[in-house]
Design a protein around this ligand. Structure first.
Ligand code: PEP
Ligand code: MG
Length: 597
């Protein structure tokens, strides 16, 4: 491998991190990175146990897979899984691996992989179509067993805090289920093959303030465990195996960033009011209770979006109980100044926690059973959460309830009916809750964005989820970095839709906020203010700079800018115009725009 490698991707957290690589176990990577080491005589039994346990887990997984596919596949196709199970019962394969471990004192991954490769070699030498087909099965099983062996190891390593020096996690993608691991204070950065600015890797990295570069395509191939790596989220690049000189340059950059953050902190004490006296609420999006502290630090007016799905992770593999939900909400009530918008579970799409919930096999999960659709199917899970939110509402009149991914009036009405049912149950049990609990919805499906007036008549507030709205509106999978370039928040169609939603809010006298990533991006602040937005909810660290912009402009100017963009017919023209207006009206932010976004 070359001594140093520069790779470009998308920077999502504008900070710099320097550390040693730990490769997260993504199955495709694993096959090429099978560890090889010798075990001590006294550890051979442990190694054998580890191997047998991994085989057992793999069998359970295959049986589970077979069960979940039983309605979709014919009996003859289901037999594929039996064939896989048979391989794992094969005494030749098992005995050879066990012998290898005993005789050569090699680790289980290496022993199993070597045995598998020997078998595959024998198969490839035989001119038999049936046996050739079987090699695919063997590859599949081999990677499953090795995955299980390595997965356990990796978790054990991290749990027993072997990570004692600054570490950068390198992975194909970071899943929400990796969150526990990311809270290790020695993790200083993230670099992933896949992903774009609004994927969950990015959102998680932002939430934790970890320097991150995503969409690097093959960073997992270009790094080895233990390599030094610089993650530069400002420039959107990573430098693998940097020279001493490069390391010292990056240290300087990091110091500058620390200085910038302290300047920003001073800005967060400003009042969030425009030059012509219009107040603008700046709220925080959080996913972890730990982030309440950050929201306070940056003087957020409240929590505009609490992504409650993360409660599910902390109790995995169980489902959270009503009391566990309530504990989290109580903690928010006790520690948050201002309102707290709790969004009900938004599970599904790319946010799928396999560890927690049964898998609904779906061809197209992003367009499938997610968020309220999932909750209305699993009312047991939904009821538990609604009861807890209602109970939390008795503790503070600042609690709000919000439903994600509502697609129309019929769906909304059935969700609201279910809420009424849960309320009646609490009443019957004489459990107190706020009968006037303010209830809102997220606008993130185009069909909902087309009828904001009809929806506004049925709820207390709307919140525009531009991450999903843009994805659905422009038909762009937000996790697919190949088409990231089409992700255009300044698409003329989207600007019109946003205008209509904000207008519907004022006409029906209900509050409208925006809680997608757009809200915290200073390039869009003037336009959003001009289109009528008065509540922005964002990653806490974005608050100071947005506040500075809000307090440096008047709504008159913003309205003119918005009116001008509404006349334009291409995203490119709008982007150029908005960039020009930003440098005209908030010129001092050129430096911050550059270093932050
Ligand atoms: C959104 O879609 O804009 C949003 C805020 O929700 P999430 O990113 O959690 O899907
Ligand atoms: Mg969303």
């Amino acid at each position: 491998m070359s001594p140093e490698t520069l790779m470009r991707g998308t920077g999502v957290v504008p900070d710099v991190g320097l550390g040693r690589v730990v490769l997260l176990n993504n199955s495709q990577v694993i096959r090429e990175l099978i560890p090889f080491y010798c075990v001590l005589e006294e550890d051979i039994q442990t190694e054998l146990d580890r191997f047998l346990q991994a085989v057992k887990t793999t069998k359970q997984e295959i049986e589970e897979l077979k069960r979940s596919m039983s309605e979709k596949l014919s009996a003859s196709n289901l037999a594929i899984f039996d064939a896989h199970l048979l391989v794992l019962d094969d005494t030749l394969l098992m005995n050879r691996t066990i012998e290898h471990i005993k005789k050569h004192k090699h680790n289980a991954e290496h022993a199993f992989n070597t045995t598998m490769n020997e078998l595959l070699k024998q198969f490839s030498g035989i001119d038999d179509a049936y046996l050739k087909d079987k090699t695919e099965d063997l590859h599949d099983i081999s990677s499953r067993v090795v995955h299980n062996l390595m997965h356990k190891d990796k978790l054990k390593e991290i749990d027993s805090i072997v990570i004692t020096e600054p570490t950068v996690l390198v992975a194909q993608v970071i899943h929400p289920s990796d969150l526990k691991l990311l809270s290790n204070p020695n993790i200083v950065g993230i670099a992933t093959d896949l992903g774009g600015k609004t994927t969950h890797t990015a959102i998680i990295a932002k939430a934790l303030g970890l320097p991150a570069v995503v969409g690097l395509h093959d960073v997992t191939r270009n790094t080895d465990e233990g390599d030094m790596i610089i993650v530069d989220g400002v420039e959107g690049q990573v430098l693998i195996r940097p020279t001493e000189r490069e390391i010292s340059q990056y240290r300087q950059k990091h110091d500058m960033r620390v200085q910038l953050m302290s300047e920003l902190k001073l800005l967060s004490d400003l009042n969030s009011v425009t030059l012509d006296g219009v107040p603008v609420s700046l709220l925080a999006n959080i996913e972890l209770e730990e982030e309440v502290e950050k929201a306070r630090f940056f003087n957020a007016d409240g929590i505009g979006l609490y992504r409650s799905e993360f409660i599910f992770l902390t109790v995995a593999p169980n489902l959270p109980t009503e009391e566990q939900h309530l504990d989290v909400y109580k903690n928010l009530v006790e520690n948050v100044k201002g309102e707290i918008v709790i969004r009900t579970l938004d599970l599904g799409g790319e946010k799928f926690f396999h560890e927690v919930l049964e898998t609904f096999s779906q061809q197209n999960p992003v367009l499938g059973l997610r968020a309220v659709r999932f909750c209305m199917k699993r009312k047991d899970i939904f009821r538990t959460q609604l009861r807890a939110i209602l109970r939390a509402s008795a503790l503070s009149d600042q609690v709000r309830l919000m439903f994600p991914l509502i697609s129309g009036t019929d769906e909304l009405e059935s969700v609201l009916d279910f809420l009424e049912t849960v309320k009646s149950e609490l009443d019957a049990e004489r459990i107190p809750f706020n009968h006037n609990l303010k209830t809102g919805i997220m606008i993130e499906v185009p069909s909902a964005a087309a009828i904001p007036d009809l929806l506004a008549q049925r709820v207390d507030f709307l919140s525009v989820g531009t991450n999903d709205l843009i994805q659905y509106f422009l038909a762009i999978d937000r996790t697919n970095d190949e088409i990231n370039y089409l992700y255009q928040p300044l698409h003329p169609g989207l600007i019109r839709v946003l205008r209509d939603i904000f207008e519907a809010g004022s006409e029906h006298d209900i509050r409208v906020s925006l809680c997608g990533e757009m809200a915290g991006n200073p390039s869009f602040t003037l336009l959003l203010l001009g289109l009528g937005l008065r509540e922005f909810s964002m990653t806490p660290s974005s608050i100071p700079v947005i506040k500075k912009i809000v307090s440096s402009v008047s709504t008159d100017i913003c309205r003119k800018i918005a009116a001008e963009t509404l006349k334009m017919d291409t995203s490119m023209a709008i982007e150029a115009y908005i960039a020009e207006m930003n440098s005209k009206f908030v010129p001092e932010f050129g430096r911050i725009f550059k270093s932050l976004f």
